[in-house]
Design a protein around this ligand. Structure first.
Ligand SMILES: Cc1cc2nc3c(=O)[nH]c(=O)nc-3n(C[C@H](O)[C@H](O)[C@H](O)COP(=O)(O)O)c2cc1C
Length: 370
């Protein structure tokens, strides 16, 4: 029963004890609660945890690898997670929000005249101008920072890194945002350069470390996602990223549409099915022999087992299911599937909690306490 799911995997040079990974998830919780949550997830038996949104520059949003406090927080997290026999990956990201252009809206946000969702829309409107107008010197400073941040991440105890292929990488990749006339814009090869340089910078600093790439795929028809790599352009991006040093791909839908597209609820018009983004993995699999991780709407152990057995993916990542029940892997491997709290993809307390600044929670939390 689910033998493949339980079997080890060589993931770019490190061995995962099974095929279950905690997908990158910004938890929005205080530091100590976050460590406790990730400890619970690690103790539930998954092979690796991806820490979402670790900033590559010293002053990005989120806990900084460059500050004493941030570095020691990551160090503690690594010790706690490793003590549970689980590995840790840092998702290195650079935001593409032009905060300077947003300052003028702050009074209206504070007064409640502009909602979170409206603010997201305003930020999205700025992305194209921001990445198109960014001086080349600044672009290179950011791509170089991926190497510096990766080095710090390894020093803090992470086992490997993931380049967040959405956010700034994704905006540079997309012809919808990137209208540059220099070497970073125009052809698909040029639009891939930002991501390629980010990966190369890590490879230069850390010759042997596994580098995963979160490959955010933009669906042409019907249109979903605005940043990331258009399906038809995958044959250009995937080999370029592989030559730059990527050792595995984590494949999902691109961002900068609605959040509920990349984190789809059960009644989503296009992505309601179990394993809703695996069709993108099928396309990537045709272009590389590197391990491919599927994510999105995965909750059913038997379904996951069959997808790995069929060779569509090599491992699975789950966000909301492991929030709903961190013990999912252990229960599956012990034949206790019936005891799993199955994520119903309601998005009420996970995405809803994050957006309401209450931190990520789950509708099952109360039930488990009672
Ligand atoms: C609350 C929440 C926070 C998330 N934060 C991140 C993040 O920081 N980085 C990222 O790449 N994806 C993030 N995601 C997306 C997940 O990694 C995943 O791709 C998505 O939730 C679909 O998988 P699922 O159906 O297993 O939840 C987040 C998802 C949720 C629900």
């Amino acid at each position: 029963m689910c033998e493949t799911l339980a079997s080890p995997l060589n993931y770019g040079g490190i061995i995962l004890k099974n095929r279950v990974v905690f997908a990158p998830t910004t938890l929005g919780l205080p530091g100590d609660e976050q460590i406790q949550r990730l400890r619970d997830i690690a103790s539930g038996g998954c092979a690796m945890i991806i820490v979402g949104d670790v900033p590559v520059l010293p002053h990005g949003f989120g806990m900084s690898l460059y500050s004493k406090k941030g570095f020691s927080w990551y160090r503690t997290l690594a010790d706690v997670v490793h003590a549970q026999g689980c590995k840790l990956r840092a998702q290195l990201h650079q935001s593409d929000s032009n905060m300077k252009a947003m300052i003028k809206y702050i009074p209206a946000v504070l007064a409640g005249h502009i909602s979170q969702e409206q603010m997201r829309g305003l930020l999205n409107q700025q992305v194209g101008t921001y990445v198109t107008g960014m001086p080349e010197r600044k672009v290179q400073k950011i791509t170089d920072a991926f190497g510096a941040a990766a080095k710090l991440a390894l020093q803090a105890g992470f086992d490997m890194v993931q380049v967040h292929g959405d956010r700034m990488c994704g905006s540079f990749s997309s012809e919808l945002f990137n209208k540059r006339a220099d070497c970073y814009g125009g052809s698909a090869e040029n639009r891939a350069l930002f991501a390629v340089q980010a990966v190369s910078s890590i490879r230069k600093c850390l010759p042997d470390v596994p580098i995963d790439f979160k490959l955010a795929v933009r669906q042409g028809s019907p249109h979903y996602g605005n940043a990331g790599v258009l399906e038809e352009e995958l044959p250009v991006f995937v080999p370029l990223l592989e030559s730059a040093g990527v050792t595995s791909f984590h494949v999902t839908l691109a961002n900068h549409g609605q959040l509920e597209d990349t984190i789809p609820s059960a009644n989503h018009p296009e992505f309601s099915a179990e394993g809703c983004f695996l069709k993108f993995c099928d396309q990537v699999k045709k272009l590389t022999k590197l391990p491919v991780c599927g994510v999105g709407g995965l909750t059913d152990p038997q379904f996951a087992e069959e997808q790995i057995q069929a060779g569509r993916i090599d491992c699975i990542a789950m966000s909301r299911q492991l929030i709903a029940d961190p013990m999912w892997p252990r229960k599956v491997f012990q034949g206790r599937e019936k005891e799993i709290y199955r994520c119903i993809r309601c998005n009420k307390q996970c995405l809803g909690g994050l957006l309401a600044h209450k931190g990520v929670h789950c509708i099952y939390e109360r039930k488990k306490i009672l």
